[in-house]
Design a protein around this ligand. Structure first.
Ligand SMILES: *[C@@H]1O[C@H](CO)[C@@H](O)[C@H](O)[C@H]1NC(C)=O
Ligand SMILES: *[C@@H]1O[C@H](CO)[C@@H](O)[C@H](O)[C@H]1NC(C)=O
Ligand SMILES: *[C@@H]1O[C@H](CO)[C@@H](O)[C@H](O)[C@H]1NC(C)=O
Ligand SMILES: *[C@@H]1O[C@H](CO)[C@@H](O)[C@H](O)[C@H]1NC(C)=O
Length: 178
């Protein structure tokens, strides 16, 4: 490893550090999803959100993205009773920021209930979802635990090292051009 680094010079060593940082940032995020509520219709009237959410899986760590007319709608999280009654008098959480684009992190494994206040709930602007525990990561991901030591060198040599070589070569070429 030391010999490899000296061969490439400090530029590629820096590139390798950047690449490793990217690998660690990107791996956990690859499994999180940001759902645009209602798809291209957004958060509005005349969408049945029960049907929209049918068959979809929401996992802990995902986000809901509400896109709506900020002059008319809002996003209130309520409990089951108030969801069923379209009661917005005591929301558990007011997710409305005023921009017409609000992100709700689904960071607890439980049922979530949302509705639009000001009467729009009665015309169907309500959403109930179950947030589930995320499925186990794919087998290719590096797993560090007792007895799995061979996995780490395999991961490094098959993926990270070739990537560092590739980036290092590009970086060296780039430096020669400057
Ligand atoms: C929801 O909140 C209302 C008002 O605070 C309360 O009366 C009701 O029992 C709650 N329902 C549930 C299921 O917690
Ligand atoms: C929710 O928060 C927004 C932004 O702070 C505010 O304008 C609005 O009145 C609140 N709505 C409710 C029902 O609390
Ligand atoms: C979930 O996210 C909300 C809003 O960002 C935050 O207030 C809350 O502490 C988080 N809960 C957990 C268990 O991380
Ligand atoms: C949405 O569709 C479901 C399933 O077909 C139905 O039970 C529900 O009444 C509909 N909701 C509205 C507000 O139309």
């Amino acid at each position: 490893m030391e010999r490899v680094r000296r061969g490439f010079g400090s530029g590629s060593a820096m590139a390798a550090v950047v690449l490793l940082a990217l690998v660690f940032i990107m791996v956990p995020e690859a499994s999180a999803t940001r759902f645009i509520v209602g798809g291209n219709k957004g958060w509005t009237t005349n969408v049945n959100y029960t049907i929209w959410a049918q068959g979809m899986h929401f996992y802990n760590g995902d986000w809901l993205f509400f896109v709506y007319d900020r002059n008319q709608q809002n996003i209130l999280e309520v409990n089951k009773t108030d969801y069923e009654a379209c009661n917005s008098d005591h929301p558990l959480h007011n997710w409305t920021t005023g921009a017409g684009r609000d992100v709700v992190p689904l960071n607890v494994t439980r049922r979530y209930y949302f509705l639009s206040g000001k009467g729009f709930c009665y015309s169907g602007m309500k959403l109930a979802i179950q947030v589930e525990t995320p499925p186990p990561p794919p087998k290719a991901a590096p797993v560090v635990s007792e007895g799995s030591a061979p996995l780490a060198p395999v991961f490094r040599s098959q993926f990270v090292l070739p990537a560092i070589f590739a980036i290092g070569a590009v970086w060296d070429a780039f430096l020669r051009f400057c």
